[in-house]
Design a protein around this ligand. Structure first.
Ligand code: DAH
Length: 367
């Protein structure tokens, strides 16, 4: 019994002295392993008398469980110590400037998105959103495109079956444009309305200037006395700010969209050569957006009285703007997730777009 007490204090002392998990494990094996001290004592029990066996067996079991407890406590202490040392060793000083070669980049689409929001934000527009998966009412019908309307063929739509209906008219679509956000906004807000709706759009198309997923920005302004002059002034200010030019020739060509009447496409002046496209004065024109006065049927579908209110709308392609502004030749490369491409065409993250600090801030182009 006394011997066991001595043994116990020896073991406890050595356990407490262990400096790391490896040392502790060696001690455990030397005590409780196959040839460990306590294991050997237990083996010796068979040589004892029944009475002695009872007494000694009990004491050995108590000793064993006490030793196990001490081992366990010391183990968690050492584990914590090792973890803390590791954390200290691997600590990252977040105040250190990042190495330029390791810095991430903002995708040109995000950059244009920020620029467009900054420009229209300054003019007092809010950002509105809608779902990517739309019903046909919001994507088509409410925009003055009832079923079988020929204009539906203008867009190569991806349809999504409706699990609750076999009727094709009930199937969903991935929105073919951001225009349904016009309807959703009218449904949820009272005029005056002044919003832009940037977001993803989808059409079945794939070549150097088309991808199945692309990005648009929708604009919608509704109030009592909104006229075509407001549309022209607003979009002229936008293109000047966007292309960072004080003067830029623009023209409006009559066009057709079911949801606007009259409808137009806006062109900006440019100079095209074999190798270069220069935005600004020149003899060529480049189409950049579609626009028009909101069709009375669209106002009605959105729950707004066309006898009281009128407004204008416009829609433009973000990716196309990015290609134009930053000279990126192939749209497909936007979505290939090639880090080398992003390094070349991307933007430094902290270089935010604002009307006061500069929009594209060319010093920030990561080249
Ligand atoms: N939704 C049209 C498209 O995707 C773009 C558009 C044109 C939007 C004219 C408008 C607009 O709001 O008035 O081709």
């Amino acid at each position: 019994m006394e011997n066991l007490e001595i043994l116990k204090s020896e073991i406890v002392a050595s356990v407490n002295k262990a400096q790391n998990i490896k040392e502790l494990e060696d001690i455990r094996v030397s005590v409780l392993g196959k040839k460990g001290t306590i294991t050997e004592l237990m083996k010796g029990l068979s040589a004892l008398s029944v009475e002695e066996k009872k007494e000694m067996g009990k004491n050995l079991n108590i000793l064993k469980s006490e030793v196990e407890k001490v081992l366990e406590t010391q183990k968690s202490l050492l584990e914590e110590k090792e973890l803390n040392a590791k954390l200290k060793n691997e600590a990252i000083d977040v105040t250190l400037p990042i190495r330029p070669e390791n810095q991430g980049r903002i995708h040109p689409v995000s950059k244009i998105y920020e620029e467009v929001v900054a420009i229209f934000g300054e003019m007092g527009f809010d950002v509105a959103e809608g779902p990517d998966i739309e019903d046909q009412f919001h994507n088509f019908n409410a925009l003055n495109m009832p079923a079988n309307h020929p204009a539906r063929q203008m867009q190569d739509t991806f349809y999504i079956p409706n699990p609750e209906s076999q009727d094709f008219d009930d199937s969903f679509v991935v929105r073919t444009h951001t225009s349904p956000v016009q309807i959703r906004t009218m449904e949820n807000r009272k005029p005056p309305i002044r919003i832009i709706a940037p977001g993803r759009t989808y059409r079945s198309d794939y070549d150097a200037t088309h991808t199945p997923m692309f990005h648009q920005v929708e604009g919608l302004v509704i109030d009592k006395n909104i006229t075509l002059a407001h549309l022209k002034g607003c979009l002229y200010d936008f293109v000047k700010a966007f292309f960072e030019l004080d003067d830029i020739p623009v023209r409006y060509r009559p066009s057709y969209f079911p949801f606007t009447e009259p409808s137009a496409e806006m062109d900006i002046g440019c100079k095209k050569t074999k190798t270069e496209l220069k935005i600004g004065a020149g003899t060529d024109w480049l189409e950049i957006l579609g626009c028009g006065m909101v069709h009375p049927n669209v106002l009605k579908a959105g729950g707004i009285d066309p006898n009281e209110y009128q407004g204008f709308a416009f829609g433009l392609g973000i990716d196309r703007l990015a290609m134009l502004k930053y000279g990126i030749p192939d749209l497909r490369t936007f979505f290939e997730s090639d880090v080398r491409w992003l390094k070349h065409y991307g933007f430094v993250p902290l270089d935010e777009s604002s009307m006061t600090g500069g929009l594209s801030n060319n010093g920030g182009i990561a080249r």
